[in-house]
Structure formats: structure tokens, C-alpha cells
Design a protein around this ligand. Structure first.
Ligand code: F6R
Length: 611
């Protein structure tokens, strides 16, 4: 989704703002722009398309200025044209605004401003902001106050950056429901929608909270709330290394992030296992409170929701508390059965997904305890939920989620085991005890690393299947949750139609799809149901579908298959974490063979900040 960057210092501002913007490319965008004070007005250069097109516009001559803001836009109101690209200026050309989010009441505001004589030059909701600020500057000479007065009129979500000739050496920023951080260095400050954008320049960041307005100069950051009351925020030291946010020799971030999975799993476990007991900081829940929960609702979107599907099974197995996994966009409007005895578990890589945030707020309002599993430090979900467990996977840049999914699975295990230990739950139905699971978790990084060694075989399989147009993923139990995620991975980066079904459902309809050329990928890692799965695959083979089976090493493959992907064996609930590695690689290499834009698939964005 859209990204904002900016620099306030002594020179090189445009260069640095655009470099930072490139680090936000992963969020997805379709137009780009930059604004900076120059000769008593605000210069704006914008372009449809990618950052390189903007550089062409600048004719390779980037003016050396001390202050600049830049923006990548992902079109919501109006086409991705130059006119609609941000930053947008007021009528006088003396101020410009870059904005992420949506101004919901822009229609009446625009009418009102037009009646006052303001002229608009775009179709965007954002353009009301510079005109509103211009309007309030006729009532106060204080730019920060004019920004505050304007924001009080606005309904919706925003992170904004404002440059103005009235504040030539600085930038004013504000946020509500859309992330913004300020990178702190001696003699300069950076702004960005996300921490990776400022990582090369700073180690300390101020993470703005909703309602914050900041006036930034090279030396100072003055924070207030929207009414003008002073606010204090402490800086956060960022633990991520810069290499973690760069491609490091891989052709795509997605491939790099798949190869980082052993480290992501290790990091998710780091500091959380002591003598086989799970210790989780950030969740102030007492054993009595753990006992009080009568229901669990796991709420998330996309890949995180698929992690939640596994969580549902695991929690029910380990804790015996009824648990549902729900997609966040459905939860909020379903009049959910949620009260003080419900634990609402929210899972999100970014911690900024609008649907998940809305669901969390709805759950809170209904009295539920909200607990978030989040990757991005200081994100809105992490701050607003009742408790947070970080997945500690490091920055995930590729739009398709990979290492964050594995880290989410690990954290769900840690949470369920921790809960079981807190209430002294007996062992799971299949006999697996918490201590067995803990030992298996400790082994997981090395199992995942082992599976990565098989990449050349997966690549040659991908080359053989890359021209197929229909993939069906089948699994039962935990394997079904994994099948859902594997199908999403393939469809989102290769644009091939891929669906997942609970294997037993095939005979109730989808079997009609099978004909030569259709690829069916069966996951056969669950001892309890494998025999049934083999029969389901036999039915596919009998109709000349191409069968690929992901199975546990040593297990005899039955039912006839064209290709096999053996993976090491572990507890049933951990098998999706292992099986997903070759399936992510398969999706990656198929997409690569088809020449797709893997890190930024068409129509998709990394952080989906609209409902
Ligand atoms: C798929 C993918 C998306 C996200 C979904 C939720 O690869 O990345 O489906 O999982 O948009 O995003 P987060 O986890 O940031 O809430």
C-alpha cells in the first residue's frame, strides 16, 4: 500500500527520500512523487509508474535541497495518473501534502472548499488536505496549528507529511490509523511509513501513535496531540540488521526470505524456552485468567488466517477450549459471539492490516481479551491489543508472506503450550505431550534447513509444471490448513488458478474438475488420515490428473503419484511448517519460470491498510 518517506537535514534530501522510498517498494504502488521547498514555493515532481520514471522526470539532475517528502501511491480514489500522484499542493503552491490512508468525508469537504474558491486538480481524497490547511492558514499563522485544525475536520485514516514555505527547514507529520516512524540522527531526521526504509541511516526511531502531530527540524522533534497538548514518546532501538532488509544476492526478496526460514524459526523460539517451559513476555495473563477463557476466536487475513486455521486445531487439541478461525473482514460484521470469557487472538505480519485492526477494536468493545501475534515492532495492532507476542521473523519485504508464516506457526505452538502449562492441561489426544512438542520445536530450524537443500529438485519439478493452468491442493486435518496456504502462495505470485480442498470433499464436487493437465498436490503428512488421503489421490490418478505428493520420509507412497516430495517427520501439528518450505519454493520457481513479478505481484500490496 502507499508509502511516505522524507528527510530533514542540511543537504541530499531528495536523494535520501527516494532511496528510502525504494525500500518501501515492496508495499506495492502505481505512481510516485516528491515535493521540496525551492525559491519560495514548493516544487512537486510526480509520475505514474515506478520510481525510476520519476528519476527520468528529474532528468538525472536531483536538486540538492535540505528538506523533501516523497510518496508512492496505490490508487484508491482516481486512476494511477500523474495528476493523482502525491504530494498534492494547495492553490498558492506554498505547501504540499503526502498522505497514506483514506479521507472518508472528502466529498463534503471538497464541496465546501470549492465553494470557498479552492481549485482542485486531482480526483483524490487527499487533495482536500492541502486546501484545508491553506484555509486554516488564513486564520492562524502557525502551520502546525493549521494542520491540527484541518485534521480535526477529517474522518478516516491518515499518515501525512507536510512541507511548506512557512516551515522551510522542516516537515510536519501526523498519523491516525496508518503507520509512521521518525528516524533520529544527529543533525537530521527521516520519516517513513515503515522501519526498513530508514534502517540504513538510523538505529533509533520514534514510532508515532494515533493522534500524534510532530513538527520536525534537523535537530528537534516536537510532538503534540491533535488539540495541541504536548506529547512525549520514547525512542525505540531497532534490533534488525540492514542486510535483513536487503536482497543479499538473491534474485528476489521472496527467495531470500524462504532461505531465512531456519533463522526465522530460531528467532521466534529465541528466549522463550526455559527447561522445557514456555515463557512469553508481553502477555499479562495469570493462570486463573487462562482458565477463565471459554472460547477462542482467531482472527486474521490471508496467510495469517491460514496460520490461524492451524491454531484452531492445536488449541482445541491441547487446551480443549472451543476455537474458531475467522477471516477478519467477516468477523467485524458478523455480530460475533464474543465476551469477557473469549480470547480473541489476532495474527498479522504487518500489524497494520485494516480488517484485522477493525476486528480487534470490535472484540475489545465487546469485552474480549485481545492478544496479537505480530511481526512488525510497534505496529498499531501490537500497541492496541491487550497483549502482544512478536514473531521476531525480521523484516518481510516480498509481498507473498513466507518466513512470517513459519514464525506465526511457531508462536502459535508456543502460546498453546504455554497455556497448557499454565493450567496443567493433560497431554494431547494423540498422546503428544507438551514436552515432546517443545523438543520438536527445538529441532524445527534444522529440519527446515534440511528441506531447503532439496531446492534443485523442486526447481526442476517447477520447470515441468510451469505451463499448467489449474492446481488443486488436498490435505486433511493440519494438512488442509497447509494446503490452503500453499494454494494461496501459488496463485498470488504465478497467477495460476489454484484452490485447496479438504481432501474428503473432492468426491462431493471438485472431482469433476479433474482431467489431463490438472495438477493435484496432495499433502500426506498426517498418520491419522493418510490412508484416506491415498484413496482420494487414487481417484485423481484414475482420471488422469497429475499427482504430486508431499509425504513424510520413510512412509510408503500409495495410490499412484507422478512426483514425490519427501520431507522429514515431526509431530502432526508441526508438519505444515516443514511441508510449506518445498511448496513455497515450488510456487516461487513456477512464478519465476513464467516471468512473473514475484516480489510485487499485480494488484497486491504488502500492507493492506483499507477495509
Ligand atoms: C499472502 C499475504 C497476505 C497477508 C494478508 C495479511 O502471501 O501476504 O495474504 O497474509 O494480507 O497481512 P498481515 O499478516 O500483514 O495482516
Amino acid at each position: 500500500m502507499c508509502g511516505i518517506t522524507g528527510f530533514v537535514g542540511s543537504d541530499g534530501a531528495i536523494q535520501i527520500a527516494l532511496e528510502s522510498l525504494k525500500r518501501l517498494e515492496y508495499r506495492g504502488y502505481d505512481s510516485v512523487g516528491v515535493a521540496y521547498p525551492q525559491n519560495n514555493h514548493i516544487a512537486v515532481v510526480r509520475s505514474a509508474g515506478k520510481i525510476n520514471r520519476l528519476l527520468d522526470r528529474l532528468d538525472g539532475e536531483v536538486p540538492d535541497v535540505a528538506v523533501a517528502i516523497a510518496h508512492t501511491r496505490w490508487a484508491t480514489h482516481g486512476q494511477p495518473t500523474e495528476a493523482n500522484a502525491h504530494p498534492h499542493r494547495d492553490c498558492s503552491g506554498e505547501l504540499a501534502v503526502a498522505h497514506n490512508g483514506i479521507i472518508e468525508n472528502y466529498d463534503p469537504l471538497r464541496d465546501e472548499l470549492q465553494r470557498m474558491g479552492h481549485r482542485f486538480s486531482s480526483e483524490t481524497d487527499t487533495e482536500v488536505l492541502p486546501h484545508l490547511i491553506e484555509h486554516y492558514l488564513s486564520k492562524t499563522s502557525d502551520l502546525v496549528e493549521a494542520v491540527r485544525l484541518s485534521l480535526r475536520r477529517v474522518e478516516g485514516s491518515y499518515a501525512i507529511a507536510v512541507v511548506s514555505t512557512r516551515y522551510p527547514g522542516g516537515v510536519i507529520v501526523a498519523r491516525k490509523d496508518s503507520p509512521l516512524v521518525i528516524g533520529l540522527a544527529e543533525g537530521s531526521k527521516l520519516i517513513a511509513s515503515d522501519i526498513p526504509a530508514v534502517l540504513p541511516y538510523v538505529k533509533d526511531v520514534l514510532i508515532l501513535e494515533d493522534g500524534d502531530v510532530a513538527a520536525i527540524t534537523p535537530e528537534t522533534v516536537t510532538l503534540s496531540d491533535i488539540s495541541g497538548k504536548a506529547v512525549h514518546r520514547s525512542p525505540t532501538r531497532v534490533g534488525w540488521r540492514i542486510e535483513e532488509a536487503e536482497k543479499g544476492g538473491y534474485s528476489h526478496y521472496m527467495l531470500k526470505e524462504i532461505h531465512e526460514e531456519p533463522a526465522a524459526v530460531r528467532n521466534a523460539l529465541r528466549g522463550r524456552i526455559y527447561n522445557d517451559r514456555i515463557k512469553l513476555e508481553g502477555i499479562p495473563i495469570t493462570p486463573a485468567e487462562w482458565r477463565r477463557f471459554e472460547r477462542v476466536e482467531i482472527v486474521a487475513c490471508g496467510t495469517a488466517y491460514h496460520a490461524g486455521l492451524l491454531g484452531k486445531r492445536l488449541i482445541e487439541q491441547l487446551i480443549r477450549v472451543p476455537t474458531e478461525a475467522v477471516v477478519a473482514s467477516e468477523f467485524r460484521y458478523s455480530d460475533p459471539l464474543v465476551d469477557e470469557k473469549t480470547l480473541v487472538l489476532l495474527i498479522s505480519q504487518s500489524g497494520e492490516t485494516a480488517d484485522t485492526l477493525a476486528a480487534m477494536r470490535e472484540a475489545k468493545q465487546r469485552g474480549a481479551y485481545t492478544l496479537a501475534i505480530v511481526n512488525v515492532m510497534g505496529s498499531t495492532l501490537a500497541r492496541e491489543a491487550g497483549g502482544v507476542i512478536y514473531t521476531q521473523a525480521g523484516p518481510e519485504i516480498g509481498v507473498a508472506s513466507t518466513k512470517a508464516y513459519l514464525a506465526q506457526l511457531v508462536v502459535i505452538h508456543l502460546l498453546a503450550i504455554h497455556w497448557a502449562q499454565q493450567i496443567g492441561a493433560p497431554s494431547m489426544g494423540d498422546g503428544a505431550s507438551c514436552s515432546v512438542l517443545v523438543n520438536e520445536l527445538k529441532r524445527l530450524p534444522e529440519l527446515v534447513a534440511g528441506v531447503l537443500q532439496g531446492e534443485p529438485c523442486i526447481k526442476s519439478l517447477a520447470d515441468r509444471l510451469a505451463d499448467r493452468s489449474c492446481f488443486i491442493y488436498l490435505g486433511r486435518g493440519y494438512d488442509f490448513a497447509a494446503a490452503m496456504e500453499a494454494a494461496l502462495k501459488l496463485k498470488e505470485i504465478s497467477y495460476i488458478h489454484a484452490e485447496a480442498y479438504a481432501a474428503g470433499e473432492m468426491k462431493h464436487g471438485p472431482l469433476a474438475l479433474i482431467e489431463p493437465g490438472v495438477v493435484v498436490i496432495g499433502l500426506a503428512t498426517q498418520p491419522l488420515t493418510n490412508a484416506k488421503l491415498w484413496s482420494n489421490l487414487k481417484e485423481v490418478k484414475a482420471r488422469n490428473g497429475t499427482v504430486v505428493v508431499v509425504h513424510t520420509e520413510g512412509e510408503a507412497v500409495q495410490g499412484g503419484s507422478d512426483y514425490q516430495i519427501p520431507i522429514p517427520s515431526a509431530s502432526p501439528s508441526l508438519m505444515p511448517a516443514i511441508a510449506m518450505v518445498p511448496l513455497q519454493l515450488l510456487a516461487y520457481h513456477i512464478a519465476n519460470a513464467r516471468g512473473c513479478q514475484i516480489d510485487q505481484p499485480r494488484n497486491l500490496a504488502k500492507s493492506v491498510t483499507v477495509e
